[in-house]
Every structure is written in C-alpha cells, then in structure tokens.
Design a protein around this ligand. Structure first.
Ligand code: WQD
Length: 339
C-alpha cells in the first residue's frame, strides 16, 4: 500500500515509517517539523535503505493538504500529527483544540475528496479518563479526561466515528496507546522531547546521561504495590508493528475498529527506575516529591482484543525498553544534530 504518515518524523511516526518501509509499503511523510526535525528522514532511510516521499506542510492548511492527496494518490493514512504535551495543553487549550482537531478535519476532508477510505488514528488511553477498575478494555466508558490534550483525542474519536457512521465504505482504526517508550535497536531514532521532559522515561534517560541531576518521583502514596504510579509501558517498536496489523484489518474493509495497544503489565515508577539502572549499569538518583496534579494511580491495558482480532501482542519487556532508550540517549545526548 501507499501510506501517508502525518507527523512521520515524530517519535511514534518515525518508528512506524520504518516498519512500513520494511514491510514493503510506500511511505509519504507530511510533517511541519514543529515538534521534530527532517533529520529523522535520513535516519529512517539509513535503517531501511528505502526512500521516503516527504512534504514539509502544516496539515491545518486545507488547500495544501488536498494538493498532496491529489498528487500522491495514497491508499491509507496514519495520522500522528498533533500536539501532545499534557502539561502544555492545560496552559494553552485553544492551541491544542485548534491544531489537533483542525488538522484531522483537514486530512479527512482531503481523504473524502480524493476517495481515500482507510484511516488509522493515533489515540490515547487518556480517553478513558479515570477508570473505575483495571485492566482497561475497549468497552470501558470514555470521557472525564483530565486535560485538554486528552480531550482533543476524545473529541477526535467522536468526530471520526460520526464520519464513519455516514460513510459506510470508510474504514477507521482507533488505536489507544498506553505509555510508549524505548527506541529502535539501531539507536538511530528515538524520543527527543522539547525542553524539560514531561514523561518519566525520557526524564530518566536524561538523568542517566548526566543532563539532569535527579528524577522527581511524583508521589509514593498511591494505592499500588510500592505507592508510586503504575503504567503500562510499551516498546515503541511493538506499537509501530500494531499499526501495520491495523492497516491489514482496514484492507479487509472492517469499518470502525478500536484497540488498546498496551502490554497488559503495569510497572511502577520505582520498577522502571530499577529496570533502567540495570540497563545503564549505575544508580539513577531520585527524590520522592508530591503527586503531580491530574495523575491517576494506575493505568494498564487488557490487550486481549488486539491479540484476538489483529493477532498483535507486545513482544518486548521492560528491560529491552530501557536498554534501547538508554542506547538512543547515549547516541543523542543533545537530540538530533546536523552532522
Ligand atoms: C508516568 C508515571 C507519573 C514524570 C502521558 C500522557 C499519555 C501518553 C503518555 C500520549 C506517572 C510518573 C513522570 C516524572 C514521575 N502520551 N512521573 N516523574 O502521565 O502516564 O501519560 O504520557 O499519548 O497521553 O498522559 O506518562 O510518563 O508522564 O508518567 O514520577 O518526572 O511516571 O506520576 O505515574 P502518563 P508519564
């Protein structure tokens, strides 16, 4: 298939492009590089030995987005593009609703005008808000999101479901990610957060290479096995492979499908610190601090449905997630740089 990947130079987008190219798909990357760099394209081509057709474009520009669809005649779209910092979204809600929602509307309008009927959307476990129990399956109610970023994912899911409802020949896969971490085994691509990392593992990675003094552990009084927050960390390569199986499902004209992409295993902050220490070979300094506003105690997936319907199961364990993260961080202490 010829697949348009929006936000393809981002963390999950770049790893998905690698898997698409390795599987023989043609890839068109559309990215404005506002949260990434075109240098990633060269790394993806180095890993796969294949070329990516790339456009630097803001997907909110409807005319320019349509022109790309008219020119490239793709078979499917995987939509990653969007703003994704939970903390930033609290302070800049209008920017998040504008960018995340309007980019999707622009893409879907272009798909409609050019007869493209297959869409995979990068959603998030945050659409479940604060679930009543664990593990989370796809029948759990959505809503009660605790930040504008999560609410944009919730709104976009509803917009796409409504579109699907009136376009019976449209195929849509909503993939709800849990906590993606790690990096490609080559160490050539990985996660490069802007500024101070919001997320746990990128922060630990910077502590491990000496860029940060110590990790603040946000609370140790949760109702979990060691009091610290529990999450379902999933290797970004496992996540990327899930997208290819979702594409296959769309090719079979499945209509609307929804999958949780997680391992089904919950690890606490202290568990991750210990796993990272094993990966890097030395201790990670940390300090127990107060809870972070908006955090929930635990969140992990019931991944049964993706296994039954996609034949997808996460393969990598927490050790390889940490090892690959550390390898990438060591190779890129200052992110992607012009060589
Ligand atoms: C994980 C755990 C923190 C940082 C967010 C988004 C979600 C998804 C993944 C996109 C929590 C603790 C963290 C730190 C800490 N992103 N922590 N010290 O909040 O589960 O999910 O990222 O889809 O949508 O909401 O991930 O990595 O920020 O936190 O103790 O410096 O680590 O309290 O328990 P989170 P996270």
């Amino acid at each position: 298939m010829k697949v348009l990947v929006s936000g393809g130079t981002g963390f999950i987008g770049s790893h998905t492009m690698v898997e698409l190219l390795n599987a023989g798909h043609e890839v068109v990357c559309v990215d404005d590089y506002s949260n990434s760099t075109p240098l990633v394209l060269g790394e993806v081509e180095k890993i796969t030995g294949k070329k990516v057709i790339a456009y630097k474009e803001n997907l909110c520009d409807k005319a320019k987005t349509l022109a790309i669809f008219q020119k490239e005649k793709v078979d499917a779209v995987i939509h990653f593009a969007g703003l994704k910092a939970v903390g930033e979204s609290v302070h800049k809600p209008i920017m998040y609703y504008d960018v995340n929602i309007n980019s999707v509307i622009s893409v879907v309008e272009a798909m409609s005008k050019t007869g493209v009927k297959n869409l995979v959307f990068s959603s998030s476990a945050t659409v479940y808000g604060t679930p009543e129990s664990m593990p989370i399956n796809e029948n759990f109610p959505t809503g009660g999101t605790t930040n504008p970023y999560g609410t944009t994912k919730l709104f976009i899911e509803k917009i796409l479901m409504d579109y699907c409802h009136v376009n019976k020949d449209f195929n849509l896969a909503l993939l709800r990610y849990f906590n993606p971490i790690g990096a490609h085994e080559s160490g050539l691509i990985g996660e490069v957060p802007n500024g101070i990392p919001n997320n746990l593992v990128p922060y630990i990675a910077q502590v491990a290479v000496g860029q940060r003094d110590k990790l603040s552990v946000f609370g140790d009084d949760y109702n979990t096995h060691d009091g610290t927050g529990v999450r379902d960390y999933i290797h970004v390569v496992d996540l990327a492979k899930g997208h290819l199986l979702a594409l296959k499902k769309l090719e079979a004209n499945c209509g609307l499908v929804v999958y949780n992409l997680g391992t089904g295993i919950g690890y606490s902050v202290l568990d991750v610190i210990h796993a990272y220490e094993k990966a890097c070979g030395f201790s990670i300094p940390y300090e127990i601090c107060k809870r972070r506003e908006g955090d929930i105690g635990e969140c992990y997936a019931d991944p049964k449905k993706a296994l039954e319907e996609l034949g997808w199961k996460a393969e990598f364990g927490i050790e390889s997630m940490c090892e690959s993260s550390y390898k990438f961080q060591e190779m890129h202490p200052n992110g992607f740089e012009k060589k």
